[in-house]
Ligand binder design. Structure first.
Ligand code: PHE
Length: 447
């Protein structure tokens, strides 16, 4: 084993960094509108089920792969079973991270822009009708989204270039607690708005009549994306873990916090949406168009607007850090490059390849293939096709390639117990592969 490999300074460091990867735009920006479109409470329940029954078991296995393999997302598989092609699983994960980074940095750039607008007092103009226009003009401009995407990428590069302990861990240690405090303040504000009960009912009361196969598919996609599953994030972060890290406990904590933040985001967003009489299924611009209008009418709205957009920006930043790190770890180790060189190279490449995504709402809005823009293609291929596919390969690797007993041995290496192992083995071997095959066929339109 490679003793010079970088390691987390503390156990909490790993937990915060991994939770930082999971908690992101997926929870605060994507979850509320997908849940809104999926009918609220019923969607939330299905999503919870997937997070627990598919997400948690896969995550335990993925961390174990990294800690055993002690290498990047691809080479960890090679280190475990050198003579088999399972490394393809890790390689696909690296491709997913790169693709997600390409469009994620665009939306993260929007949140940075909105934070700066709010901070400089230029967001709340007093003309409510203008928020749609403001957002539309911003994302369709040929230059503004690109500038903010570049700025965001530079911030991420500067953090990742500093390394695991000095960069990733140190920044997550600061950013994640700040995120939790901000979320708490915002939840209290939203729940104390008059009329918040109606929003809560929509969000929390399951109405199963709105559940269709596509809602189930959306819930699974949401669980994968939000948990950063099967992308190599946990292999890479797990490879920096010490042998005494409690893998099931950490995985449980990460899933718990990820789900908690999604629910909190819902608790912040739906009461406010209902209080101000807005359609909860209004789609991706919910956060950027609806929220400024809500803050406009709120006492101290200007302050809450700053907190709200800062919160989303922090969440996006810690996820973008993990997206870049997975690719950097691979590039650095496989091409024998310095961390600094590897980070700038990868970040610059993701920026350039991501340009069509940044321009998908403006100059390239009309350039579509099968009705999808570049942004939609990156999102669809990475999150709806490749992630479940990599999840399937990961489950097969754990259940049939590396074998459950070996995974257990790795988890229990330093006396840590693997609770519910028999259930885990059953889920990993049969239930998860079967569920993923059905869902995958459905997402590419075969069934
Ligand atoms: N989980 C992150 C979010 O919810 C996105 C992400 C996906 C990060 C894949 C890393 C890998 O925003």
């Amino acid at each position: 084993m490679n003793n010079s490999r970088e390691q987390w300074g503390t156990r909490l460091g790993f937990m915060l960094a991994a939770a930082g990867s999971a908690i992101g735009l997926g929870n605060i920006w994507r979850f509320p509108f997908v849940a809104g479109e999926g009918g609220g409470g019923a969607f939330v329940l299905i999503y919870l089920g997937f997070a627990l029954l598919i997400g948690l078991p896969l995550m335990i296995g993925e961390i174990a792969v990294g800690r055993k393999g002690q290498a990047n997302a691809m080479e960890s598989y090679q280190a475990i079973l050198p003579e088999r092609p399972w490394y393809v699983t890790g390689f696909i994960g690296i491709v997913i991270n790169f693709m997600v980074l390409c469009f994620y940095s665009v939306v993260a750039g929007w949140t940075l822009y909105y934070f700066v607008l709010a901070l400089t007092g230029r967001l709340l103009t007093g003309e409510e009708a203008r928020y749609g226009e403001l957002f539309g003009q911003f994302i369709s401009s040929p230059s503004a989204p690109v500038i903010w995407q570049a700025l965001l990428m530079v911030i991420v590069i500067l953090i990742v270039a500093r390394g695991v302990k000095q960069g990733i861990e140190r920044w997550n240690n600061i950013l994640m607690p700040s995120l939790f405090v901000l979320l708490l303040v915002l939840t209290i504000r939203s729940l104390t708005l008059p009329g918040s009960g109606e929003g809560l009912a929509f969000f929390l009361k399951p109405d199963f009549s709105s559940v269709t196969p596509s809602v189930v598919l959306a819930a699974l996609g949401q669980a994968f994306f939000s948990l950063s599953l099967a992308t190599g994030v946990y292999v890479t972060y797990g490879s920096y873990c010490r042998a005494n890290t409690h893998i099931p406990g950490n995985a449980g904590g990460i899933v718990f916090f990820d789900v908690l933040v999604a629910i909190i985001a819902g608790l912040i967003i739906f009461p406010a949406v209902f209080h101000f009489g807005i359609d909860p299924a209004r789609g991706p611009d919910l956060v950027f168009v609806t929220f400024p209008a809500i803050f406009e009418r709120m006492v101290l709205g200007g302050v809450f607007a700053v907190l709200f957009f800062f919160c989303i920006f922090l969440a996006a930043l810690t996820s973008a850090i993990s997206l870049l790190e997975v690719v950097v770890a691979y590039v650095r180790e496989c091409w024998a490059l310095h961390r600094l060189t590897a980070t700038w190279l990868t970040g610059a490449a993701a920026f350039v390849v991501g340009l069509p995504c940044a321009l998908s709402f403006g100059p390239l809005a009309g350039v579509t293939l099968l009705d999808r823009t570049a942004f939609d293609w990156f999102d669809f291929l990475a999150a709806s096709v490749l992630m479940p596919f990599a999840g399937l390969l990961l489950a097969l690797f754990l259940g049939w390639g590396w074998k459950p007993e070996q995974v257990k041995a790795e988890v229990e290496r330093e006396g840590v117990r693997f609770p519910l192992f028999t259930l885990w083995r059953f889920l990993i071997r049969y239930v998860i592969p079967a569920a993923l095959v059905i869902i995958l066929l459905q997402s590419v339109g075969v069934i």
